[in-house]
Design a protein around this ligand. Structure first.
Ligand code: GLC
Ligand code: CA
Length: 546
């Protein structure tokens, strides 16, 4: 297939901005209350106008939807709920015409329990597919060990007919694939090549650092063979094609990420790491909430910026389909919604890496509060059950769900102020936020000061000034717990990014060398002394030529 993108440069994605679409919630076109592929196609002009280079598309393959498509029962078929293979091909083609690549979401760590492989695997121990999954013998009384699944409950489920337990890091309906078995790996690489041939621009790899697991040693992320598997994956499926690959790696630290995203392309292009995302919690569980201490965020971002500079590559994100809305989390989603959404975007988009925008982030969509029964997410229901059974106060559990639950990100996209927000014509699969009357795309497009237009400018800046791409990062005033300021410097220019993380008017003095600098962007109109609530600005001056 012809491509209009210039991918002759080896790392085209280093100057790209990506946009994540959660298909169920983006745009419905056939009136079943669920977003679909024709809906995405119908909104491509909107995305092209925003200026993005690629769409990370959350899974659209055939799935029983226990975990909204992250439980795949056929990797080579489109779920009828989303449309047909023809729709998918049209999407790839139409996106390509607009210079947009499709980044396909690959779930390689596990399949659905309804996948043909697992249905076969369950039949008998000598079925050829049995060894596609991870089994341990037992009599059904005690699981092989005490490992827990991410969505609650044990990580082992018993199949009495086989007198064996199978391993699953997520829901029981998501059995882990056995990466130790070369036949499994071959099968997956062939499937990836099938999608490459359809013209996609790359992959987002779901929980990919968990493929090297070793359940007997209770190792999930970063297992002993993970680099070997990444290298093989890259050799067999990615490198030849020059595709972008971004791996979701909850367990990644800077040292590991250096290898995962090494410049020689031997493993992946980049990883999603989650250290910054886990700062405002007291345990490894996100439900145990704590306020964000700004110096922690600054130190964390600085470590990643400096650690990967020149050796690897960062992905830059604050939102995705698993995370609460950032403006409700680290900003202020009432009085200063617009200012704080722009401030957070400034903080992130000034950095080195590939930025990812999650649908609705560009209009400042917020968290939602629903009664428990209106939530759909399997994780929300499991945590409510597990915690209330353990004696937690149900009110407090609901508070944590409202703040951290995954459905916050998954409410339908707010296109206009009509009753169903322009998303659908019937009752949607998940409620639409009431605030769509005020927060919606139509309003954002007509207001030149909207968050949308601000994102557009951020994307343009990244494409105009090389300092955004490769400037070295320096953190200013690490201990300041109100202002996040940093500089980026390369041989052509110097960038200063200043962000007020509070709702207070602060005193602030520009570093001397920026006194005459150009203001590239700011979220307030006229300049004023100090920093107003959630004020953010980018200053720039060029290196003098001799
Ligand atoms: C990833 C996905 C999440 C999914 C899980 C299991 O974390 O982002 O949505 O539930 O993997 O596939
Ligand atoms: Ca639909």
């Amino acid at each position: 297939m012809a491509t209009t993108l210039d991918k002759t440069k080896r790392h085209w994605w280093q100057s790209a901005v990506f946009y994540q679409i959660y298909p169920k919630s983006f745009q419905d076109t056939n009136g079943d209350g669920v977003g679909d592929l024709p809906g995405i196609i119908s909104r491509l002009d909107y995305l092209a106008d925003l200026g993005i280079d690629g769409i990370w598309l959350s899974p659209v393959c055939q799935s029983p939807q226990v975990d909204n498509g992250y439980d795949i029962s056929d990797y080579r078929a489109i779920d009828p709920m989303f449309g047909t293979m023809e729709d998918m091909e049209t999407l790839i083609r139409e996106a390509d015409k607009r210079g947009i690549s499709i980044i396909f979401d690959l779930v390689l760590n596990h399949s659905s329990d309804q996948h043909r492989w697992f249905l076969e695997a369950k039949k008998s121990k000598d079925n050829p597919y049995h060894d596609y999954y991870i089994w341990r013998d037992g009599d059904g009384t005690n699981p092989p060990n005490d490992m827990r699944a991410t969505f609650g409950g044990p990580a082992w489920t018993y199949v009495p007919e086989l007198r064996q337990w199978y391993f699953h890091q997520f829901a029981p309906q998501q059995p882990d694939l056995n990466w130790e078995n070369p036949a499994v790996r071959e099968e997956l690489y062939a499937m990836i090549r099938y999608w490459v041939d359809k013209g996609i621009g790359g992959f987002r790899l779901d929980v990919i650092d968990q493929i090297g697991k070793d359940p007997d040693r209770k190792i999930t992320g970063n297992g002993p063979r993970v680099h070997e598997f990444f290298q093989e994956l890259s050799r067999e499926a990615f490198i030849k094609e020059g595709l972008v690959s971004v791996g979701e790696a909850w367990g990644a630290d800077v040292e590991r990420a250096k290898r995962y995203s090494a410049h020689d392309g031997s493993e992946l292009s980049m990883v999603f790491q989650f250290e910054h995302i886990c700062l405002d919690q007291t345990t490894w569980e996100k439900w145990d909430m704590a306020p964000l201490h700004l110096p922690d965020l600054k130190a964390c971002m600085c470590r990643w910026q400096q650690g990967l500079h020149g050796v690897g590559w960062n992905s830059l994100f604050m939102n995705n389909h698993d995370l609460p809305r950032i403006v409700s989390r680290w900003g202020n989603d009432t009085t200063y919604r617009v200012e704080s959404a722009k401030m957070l975007a400034t903080m992130l988009h000034g950095m080195e890496g590939t930025p990812y925008i999650f649908q609705g982030e560009e209009i400042g969509m917020t968290n939602i509060r629903l009664p428990l029964e209106q939530y759909v997410d399997v994780e929300i229901h499991n945590v409510y059950k597990e915690r209330t059974e353990k004696g937690y106060d149900p009110e407090a559990v609901m508070e944590s769900i409202w703040a951290r639950g995954r459905d916050n990100a998954r409410t339908p996209m707010q296109w206009d102020d009509s009753e169903l927000a322009g998303f659908t014509t019937v009752e949607p699969w998940l409620p639409i936020h009431d605030n769509h009357t005020e927060i919606n795309v139509e309003a954002a497009l007509t207001d030149p000061d909207s968050i949308y237009h601000y994102y557009k400018k951020l994307i343009q800046l990244r494409k105009t000034y090389s300092v955004f791409r490769d400037g070295a990062f320096t953190l200013l005033d690490p201990a300041d717990d109100k202002v996040f300021a940093y500089t980026r410097d390369n041989e052509y220019g110097h960038l200063l990014v200043v962000c007020n993380f509070t709702d207070e008017w602060l005193e602030y003095e520009l570093p001397e060398e920026y006194a005459q600098a150009e203001v590239l962007l700011t979220n307030y109109r006229e300049g004023a002394p100090g920093l107003r609530p959630y004020e953010a600005a980018m200053f720039y001056y060029e290196e003098e030529r001799v």
